[in-house]
Design a protein around this ligand. Structure first.
Ligand code: SAM
Length: 480
């Protein structure tokens, strides 16, 4: 159904409902009365002067507020002209009532210190536009109080969104979607709002408060090269995974960077990549912890580090950690990560002769190459390996390897296809890397499916049928 059609159905439904909405003949809308005391209590937690009610209907909430606090300034907006007509019929002094679309609020920036939206935003086909618009009209520090329907259970919500709502729309209901906590959080984040609370209250009610930050969003200009941009894929996935209630990995820095850079994660976070990155993070973290147990004062060199924050997850208080990447990535990293003792940033081109300069080589070194080698040619991988064993003398390499079939099909990859990067190198067997540089000896190789099988059916099936086609973590030893 088109956006226009949704809105037409909604206006049709509410034109019929407008006159009876607040009476005993209000049908399902009588239920909305249960929302008003909670919205009022939420509002009363902080002082306010200018309030906007989005999708105000015949203005039941404004009536209540106007009676209790007549000195304040109220505005109501609704798409259904009949609703505004009924609301205007109440002749409330100091209450402005406007026919308009909440997806494009027709008010000056920073006009309100609080916006309420009660049982309305599930009717908006472009709901992100609504959140963006609220961000614009709110003053810094201002609140958005949301009240709507929700379901805790993802499966029930899926059923409502994909079966129940489409059926009801055949009968002219005009609902679009029911949202859960992750949805509201994502919508707020993208708009620049901070979701401060989300509760599921009685009668399947969503009760949420979001705020426009006082300092405003610090916008960083991110311009990254093609391969460097791929670092946004694991970053976006780690941020989104960390925001889940039952997250399998947690990366507070990823959330902070994604939110502060206001990065739309949609094209970087798709199901298979998401599961792969979660699995890879767990496998690399575990391998790293094992290595640091054996060599607690090792040097770790994370080549092509992107925005990875493994240091904070595995630091043992002794390790010296070097993150190496191209200057544009490191420049952004410097802005996002505060300096930490024993962690260093190296601007280096892995294809140059000098990227290892300045990294000590007097201890066992653990080199991490995660999501990296597939973007180089075999010849270039050889060059990097030779540089590693030539400078560091003894240590281990934890490398992500890709199968040649995947390497030939960048355009089929669910997220990398959305960037300009292209895969170049893959090997079927980890021993093939030994042929590029005979200083390296393969110790073990683990398919990401070994981890993914623990979480999803796709992981279980993949582990049985497609294990060798997935990326894997290979551990090599190089020892002079
Ligand atoms: C269930 S009523 C809620 C009315 C009132 N907020 C309450 O809590 O009783 C939903 C309202 O949202 C309005 N609405 C739907 N889509 C809208 C849009 N895009 N912009 C503004 N209002 C919209 C409808 O016209 C309707 O009046």
């Amino acid at each position: 159904m088109t956006d226009k059609k949704y809105k037409e159905i909604s206006v049709g439904e509410f034109t019929k409902a407008a006159e009876v909405y607040e009476t005993d003949k209000g049908g399902v809308y009588k239920m909305c009365k249960k929302d008003y005391p909670d919205v009022l209590a939420e509002l009363e937690k902080e002082p306010f002067t200018d309030l906007l009610d989005c999708g105000c209907g015949p203005a039941p909430m404004l009536t209540l507020l106007h009676e209790k606090y007549p000195e304040k300034h109220y505005t109501g907006i609704d798409l259904t002209p009949k609703m505004i007509e009924v609301a205007k019929g109440k002749n409330m002094e100091g209450v402005e009532l406007v026919v308009g679309d909440c997806e494009n609020l027709p008010f000056a920036p920073e006009s309100f210190d609080v916006v309420i939206c009660c049982e309305s935003f599930h009717h908006y086909p472009n709901v992100q536009d609504f959140f963006d618009s609220v961000y614009r009209v709110l003053r810094p520090g201002g609140r958005l109080i949301l009240r709507d329907m929700t379901m805790d259970n993802g499966a029930v919500r899926w059923f409502c969104n994909h079966v129940e709502i489409p059926i009801f729309n055949l009968f002219g209901k005009g609902d679009v979607r029911i949202y859960g906590k992750e949805d509201v959080n994502r919508l707020c984040n993208r708009a620049g709002l901070v979701m401060e609370s989300f509760e599921r209250r009685g009668f399947c009610r969503l009760h949420s408060v979001a705020r426009k930050p006082v300092k405003g969003r610090q916008k960083l200009n991110i311009e990254l090269g093609d391969v460097q941009e791929t670092a946004l894929i694991p970053l976006a996935i780690k941020a989104n995974e960390s925001k889940r209630a039952n997250h399998r990995i947690y990366d507070a820095k990823a959330i902070e960077i994604i939110d502060s850079l206001k990065i739309d994660t949609e094209k970087y976070d798709r199901f298979m990549s998401h599961e792969g990155v979660v699995a890879r993070t767990i496998l690399f973290d575990n391998e790293m912890k094992k290595a640091l147990k054996k060599y607690p004062n090792a040097i770790v060199v994370n080549i092509g580090c992107g925005f990875d924050d493994r240091f904070s997850r595995v630091d043992n208080g002794q390790v010296l950690w070097y993150n190496v990447d191209l200057p544009d990535s490191i420049a952004i990293r410097r802005k996002c990560f505060e300096e930490r003792p024993r962690e260093f940033l190296i601007e280096g081109d892995l294809l140059s002769e000098n990227w290892t300069n300045g990294i000590p080589n007097d201890r066992v070194t653990i080199v991490i190459a995660e999501g990296l080698f597939m973007y180089f040619t075999g010849e270039q991988v050889k060059q990097i390996l030779t540089r590693i064993s030539g400078h560091f003398h003894k240590g281990y390499l934890l490398a992500e390897l890709m199968h040649p079939f995947a390497a030939k099909n960048t355009e089929k990859h669910d997220t990398v296809k959305n960037t300009n990067a292209v895969f170049q190198w893959g090997i079927e067997d980890g021993h093939e890397l030994e042929e590029l540089c005979d200083d390296f000896q393969l110790l073990r190789e683990t398919s990401f499916f070994e981890e993914m099988k623990k979480y999803t059916l796709a992981g279980k099936i993949g582990n049985v049928f497609f294990k060798k086609f997935n990326d894997r973590l290979a551990v090599y030893r190089f020892w002079e």
